[in-house]
Write a protein that binds this ligand. Structure first.
Ligand SMILES: [Zn+2]
Length: 234
């Protein structure tokens, strides 16, 4: 193989690794979003549990007001009953008092039922909140790992660029420029094997003269289909 091509293969190895690392970094915002979407289900569950509890608390408050109103009326009826001198009125007020006592009893039973339901809803909310906390911890850990991975990727890229530069210095400038242009255009390998008459970049058969030229290893040969630089492979 032409010595420049041997060096270029090393350069290309570093370039391919740099390319993969840059893709990994470019993919990170999507992965961060994906990690965060894992919170959505738990966040919705907490919101729903909160809503159900609040709705029930509103019912409890309303009942309490109803009960209080009836208690006030009851108080008034009892005072009236105490003050009346008429037997008939006393009896009628007595019936009203009984009716109100019955109402209050029923409403208090109802309130008790709602308060028990509130307790259950509060327990459900606590469970939903702790599930969210657990997921949040997992997501936070995942985000920290991603951040670490990004830093690691960047460190590796810096290192690989250093290695690459040490090798490119040995390659003839014009060939290096062609290689760089090709690598950028193909977003990948610019220097590929010519194996059994086939370019390993575009997987097309090349002409016999191209095969012979590559095999002679006297000058740089390009694939006539995709333009990549070829090295002859047995
Ligand atoms: Zn090709």
């Amino acid at each position: 193989m032409l010595p420049d091509l041997e060096t270029l293969l090393i350069v290309q190895d570093r370039d391919l690794r740099i390319l993969a690392l840059r893709k990994d970094i470019a993919n990170m915002p999507r992965m961060i979003d994906l990690a965060k979407t894992r919170l959505h289900g738990d966040q919705t569950a907490v919101a729903k549990a909160k809503e159900a509890l609040q709705a029930n608390e509103v019912l409890v408050k309303r009942l309490e007001l109803d009960i209080q109103t009836r208690r006030n009326t009851l108080q008034r009826l009892r005072t009236q009953q105490f003050e009346t001198k008429k037997n008939e009125e006393y009896q009628a007020l007595g019936n009203e008092v009984e009716r109100y006592l019955g109402d209050i009893g029923r409403l208090e039973d109802e309130e008790l039922g709602l308060m028990e339901k509130s307790e259950q809803l509060r327990a459900a909310l606590t469970a939903a909140e702790s599930a969210l906390r657990r997921t949040q911890e997992l997501v936070d850990a995942e985000l920290r790992q991603l951040e670490e991975r990004r830093r690691n990727d960047e460190g590796q890229i810096t290192e690989l660029i250093g290695e690459r530069n040490a090798f490119t210095a040995k390659v003839e400038a014009q060939l290096l420029a062609i290689y760089d242009r090709l690598f950028k255009a193909k977003q990948g390998a610019a220097l590929v094997a010519l194996l059994a008459g086939q370019c390993k970049g575009c997987h097309m058969k090349v002409t016999t003269s191209t095969v012979l030229k590559a095999k002679a290893e006297q000058e740089v040969t390009h694939c006539e289909n995709c333009g990549r630089i070829l090295y002859f492979d047995e």
